[in-house]
Design a protein around this ligand. Structure first.
Ligand code: FCB
Length: 452
């Protein structure tokens, strides 16, 4: 594959998140997160798995950083476990041993010439804050600003790259409409909207807070976005697709970049009687201005596209127009590399985003070590190769995409799927915790060499 035009500016990285890899759930004063409680509740996570030990990265981070160094990435995106810093959440003093862990992690990264990208909220908020209503409660905004303040003050002398939230859609929609993530509620559309709003508002308020503590800070938010297309030309599917796009993409992009919410979403929810008019009183004067506070980049997590059909319509009515689908990963997500190009183009054309970083992109395949201890995950190699190709095409066309973080360094706790879905470039034996680099790890290593 050819080199990127502005190769010196483009960052090549790898990503993880705290609850998915750290383990050490009750060490050094860490309080319970919503994910500890959720994963320990019966029936919430496949096979009853939890993140108590996960990859034990908390103890093995020097080994993991060595693997990153050998891989050749210049950047590493990880997240902070909020309840390591504030065990209940409401404290006004940090839990120093928790802070010390991230201090050591950052120092070790810098010693290895790897630039840290810190995500503040990758979902594992303190249960103590959830007990007060979590993100449905507007007070969370100030809690998040406080947390951002202490973190950026503590690490800001060495960390310049900050991501406020990871994938607000997963928190608000999967947490309150589908119930697949904490707090596990279903069809609570009003709570879902309030959650989205408070996440966005807290992001907007945290941006200047971080900047005031960190010299030359680059601050952004990470959204999971996709390209949505109707499954047929029928008016039903088109209407359903517009609704999907509004709740998945535009609910976040429109306020961040256009200072407004997509009316279409509220209208449809009122029409479906999923919310009442009074549920929409959550937007206070000045909120949208704060939400749209300019950022330095937009983080984008892309995995697949969405092909939308109106499920309430008889299959026979629109089956003629079904579009062909690509192969699926072990998670059942369609492999559709062109979608990442289409998305980048949309972000430029429709939202005029100043800078974009792909903060996650990856796939789940179960390939395990063979008798020679080799993991021949060729489908993963092709997944990353084909997506990077599309990104570089966009870069060549002048779309301001400046980085790529593969998800993920190693197999880990994949939320409600437990350890059953493997996204890593490194295979993890969850009994012995041995790490085995997969073929995709060596492919990425060679690719990164070719970019130097
Ligand atoms: C994203 C999450 C990440 C990981 C991948 C597969 O939605 O941000 O933690 O679970 O999906």
């Amino acid at each position: 594959m050819k080199k990127t035009k502005k190769k010196n500016d483009f960052r090549w990285g790898i990503a993880t998140s705290s609850y998915q890899i750290e383990g050490a759930h009750d060490l050094h004063g860490r309080g319970p997160s919503v994910w500890d409680v959720f994963s320990h509740s019966k029936g919430r996570v496949k096979n009853g798995d939890n993140g108590d030990i996960a990859c034990d990265h908390y103890h093995r981070f020097p080994e993991d950083i060595k693997l990153m160094k050998d891989l050749g990435v210049d950047s590493y995106r990880f997240s902070i476990s909020w309840p390591r810093i504030f065990p209940i959440g409401t404290e006004n003093k940090v839990n120093q041993p928790g802070m010390d862990f991230y201090d050591r992690l950052v120092d070790e990264l810098l010693e290895n010439d790897i630039t840290p990208f810190v995500t503040l909220n990758h979902w594992d908020i303190p249960q103590g804050l959830e007990d007060l209503g979590g993100w449905t409660n507007r007070d969370m905004v100030e809690q998040f600003v406080k947390y951002s303040h202490y973190l950026s003050r503590g690490l800001g002398d060495r960390v310049s790259n900050w991501i406020t939230h990871n994938e607000p859609w997963c928190i608000s929609f999967l947490g309150y409409v589908e119930g697949r993530k904490p707090p596990g509620l279903k069809n609570e559309w009003a709570k879902s909207l309030h959650t989205a709003h408070h996440l966005l508002l807290s992001h907007g308020k945290a941006v200047p807070e971080i900047k005031s503590n960190v010299k030359n800070a680059k601050v952004g938010i990470t959204l999971n976005l996709n390209t949505a297309i109707p499954a047929s030309d029928s008016e039903y599917d088109k209407k359903e697709c517009a609704f999907y796009d509004a709740q998945f993409n535009r609910l976040y992009l429109d306020p961040l970049y256009k200072q407004k919410y997509p009316e279409l979403l509220f209208d449809r929810l009122l029409e479906k009687e999923a919310i009442k008019q009074s549920d929409l009183n959550f937007i206070q004067e000045g909120d949208l201005k704060i939400i749209s506070t300019p950022t330095d980049f937009l983080g984008v997590n892309y995995y697949s596209r969405a092909v939308i059909r109106d499920e309430s319509i008889d299959e026979k009515l629109n089956e003629n127009h079904k579009i062909p689908m690509g192969p699926k990963t072990d998670f059942g997500w369609e492999v559709y590399p062109r979608g990442i190009y289409d998305l980048l183009k949309r972000l430029q054309d429709e939202y005029n985003v100043n800078e974009i970083m792909i903060t996650e992109n990856g796939c789940s395949y179960g390939d395990a070590p063979d008798k020679n201890n080799k993991v021949n995950d060729i489908k993963r190699v092709e997944y990353h190769r084909s997506h990077i190709e599309q990104i570089l095409l966009a870069v060549d066309e002048g779309i301001p995409c400046t980085g790529y973080f593969a998800w993920s360094l190693m197999d880990n706790f994949e939320w409600a799927e437990g350890y059953s879905q493997r996204f890593g470039l490194i295979w993890v034996d969850f009994e012995s915790l041995e790490r085995v680099p997969k073929e995709s790890y060596y492919w990425y290593q060679n690719f990164l060499k070719s970019q130097k």
